[in-house]
Design a protein around this ligand. Structure first.
Ligand code: FPP
Length: 239
């Protein structure tokens, strides 16, 4: 049975190394990375995948040199300015996960405006993770729950999920990490409990449709068991 993919998440790693290999500044790698992100959004939409989540700025990225952090903000602002019309025209709905309250005010306003202006769109849900950390997301959810003095008896996986930034989206079926590192780096910790994870050496600025197709083909060949035995899965498939 072929796996259907509803939600694809990507850790876009390797921009800095890609630029440095060419003797360029790291921000040049992020610029190329942003162009690749735009292309991949289109490709993902054309494949009928309904949810795409991109890790663009982690809660740990503040530790990078000020120049690089400011460059990333500029890129994000440029991405919103240049792409908002395209998102509207292509029926793509923008979401942000993470805590953007520490971002420059103008960037926050632009993000909120874009989220609002695309809120009726339905074909692709594009979530960009900004100042996002999985642990931070869980702590923010716990804080909200305790502020609401919710009866502990009513807390289960479903109610807890509704307090996460990703309340509106299903868990990822496939997570791709480019750039050769084999770790999760605090991304979607709660949500990837049963996600298939595909690590690839290609640096993000070199990622393309063919590389995505390889990842999707690998995913299609996986047997997803969600904790069940192989026999139980076969039984379900032959019903
Ligand atoms: C990781 O590469 C990438 C980032 C920290 C930023 C990702 C941002 C973009 C692709 C551009 C903006 C995105 C959008 C959606 C507009 P790295 O710098 O850690 O690379 P390295 O591991 O080679 O150092």
């Amino acid at each position: 049975m072929q796996n259907n993919i509803k939600h694809l998440a990507i850790i876009m790693d390797g921009n800095g190394r890609w630029a440095q290999k060419k003797g360029w500044s790291r921000i040049k790698g992020h610029e190329k990375g942003a162009r690749i992100a735009k292309e991949i959004v289109k490709v993902v939409k054309s494949k009928g995948i309904e949810y795409l989540t991109l890790y663009a700025f982690s809660s740990e990225n503040w530790k990078r040199p000020k120049q690089e952090v400011e460059g990333l903000f500029r890129l994000l602002e440029g991405f919103i300015d240049a792409e908002i019309q395209e998102l509207k025209d292509s029926n793509i709905r923008l979401h942000v996960i993470g805590d953007i309250t520490k971002f420059p005010e103008i960037l926050q306003q632009k993000i909120k405006k874009s989220i609002k202006e695309t809120s009726k769109n339905t074909v692709l849900h594009l979530s960009i993770a900004l100042n996002y950390g999985g642990r931070d997301e869980i702590i923010r959810a716990v804080k909200t729950i305790s502020e609401k003095t919710i009866d502990p008896e009513t807390i289960n996986e479903e109610t807890f999920k509704s307090f996460l930034d990703t309340a509106h989206i299903p868990d990822p079926d496939l997570l791709i990490r480019t750039g050769g590192e084999k770790r999760i780096s605090n991304f979607l910790l709660w949500q990837i409990a049963y996600t298939e994870i595909y690590f690839v050496d290609i640096l993000w600025p070199d990622f393309n449709e063919a590389a995505l197709d390889n990842a999707l083909a690998w995913f299609a060949s996986r047997q997803r068991r969600f904790g069940m035995t192989e026999n139980q899965i076969q039984e379900i498939e032959t019903r």
